[in-house]
Design a protein around this ligand. Sequence first.
Ligand code: AHR
Length: 489
Amino acid sequence: MLRFTILLSAAFAILAPLVPLSAQMATITVLDGPDSTVISRHIYGHFAEHLGRSIYGGFYVGEGNDSIANVDGLRSDVIEALRRLQIPNLRWPGGCFADTYHWRDGVGPRDERPTMVNTNWGGVTEDNSFGTHNFLQLCDLLDTEPYLAANIGSGTVQELADWVQYVNYPGTSPMSDDRRRNGRAEPWGVRYWGVGNEAWGCGGNMRVEYYADLYRRYATYMSGAGLDGGLYRVAAGATDGDYHWTEVLMRDVPHHLMQGISLHHYSVIDWSGKGPAVGFDESQYMTTMQRSWAMEEMVTKHSAVMDVYDPAKKVGLIVDEWGGWYDVEPGTNPGFLYQQNTMRDAMIAGMNLNIFNNHADRVHMANLAQAVNVLQAVILTEGNQLVLTPTYHVMEMYKVHQDATRVPIRVESPEYAHGGETLPAISASASRATDGTLHVSVVNIDYAKAHMVTITLPQNYVRVSGRVLRSERMQDYNGFGEPGRIEPE
Ligand code: AHR
């Protein structure tokens, strides 16, 4: 047995402000009990919606752009940065946008593509210059799996069946012939499909009982022909603590039609007053942490509902939207959801990834909202400049857990207290890589105190090392003028 004590860490990913030390010790005991659960790499997924400067200006700068390096219009610096994260999947084209999107408008000759109005996000004109072929080429360049979100709110069953055939069918068919005419001979073999998005809201304002029937109908005509293992179809799931929604889907949709159910939960202070992304005070910080920590309860309770109908845990809980959501940066379009990203966001990221790792038996996928220039982004761009946010660095530090075997741990934490509220200061998760390396990730969310952490390991190791991400203040961020201010040490 190896036992060691260090300030805040014994890990390869530690988040900590540089602040005074607390008297109370945190302990993390790594247990040697068997756990065969693999932490799916898909927990480390991302999301790109036609929203603000996510696609246009973020991922895509237009073919022939000679001021920003690109491959067929796809931004090279963004691709390179995301490849370093080894992102396992990318969800597209929404979000709310998905239920207004008609995929045929985005294929074929550009000058013949119709325009549409992006009614959800700023009412801007969408010219459909970025469509299915561009997105799937982007995924190829990123070496990541596409996760397509289909239009159930305003699209037809036939439209969805045709999209599946267009991207996946290898033989001769009306859709695959069209694909070939549009320049792509081989099918892409897209496995992950969202069947609608937020059907309780922007995806159609449906009751779950109605959506469950609709889901059965749409899913029936999505053919997995030509794809090894078939499609992985994700039903549009609950928001936050709506356990009734999950219950009805689990009860009323045959499980052979539904491989996953989504869950959306944002760490938002209050929908009517989200507060600033940077100039927040400690009360706002505490509330954000409470909203973030609520993910633990939601995942636990949605999983418990699912366990009743699926004790073998075959249907995945897919947290395909999570992250911090604040007021937009002053002077930016309120419909574009552009926000800065501070150490507070790093805390949200580490805490949520620990939760997902610890629930990896049920959480099979998760998607941070969103990858570039929107909400809790890992990358921000301005013209030809690019900044990696603190959240990016957390994702990079945590990538060691992708497809590793979960290791059970017991955490005893001092409390982080503010304004009469308390939360555990320390959260953690652990996994073992195939070469035997043990990775322990530890987060200290305390606004004001450093904590001593003792980690007890079940055996001796020949080498122990750690990386830490920290800064003087929770409000610190990587700005365009100082892009390297916060980096792992
Ligand atoms: O991520 C931004 C939006 O948040 C998505 O479009 C929607 O699904 C959610 O409400």
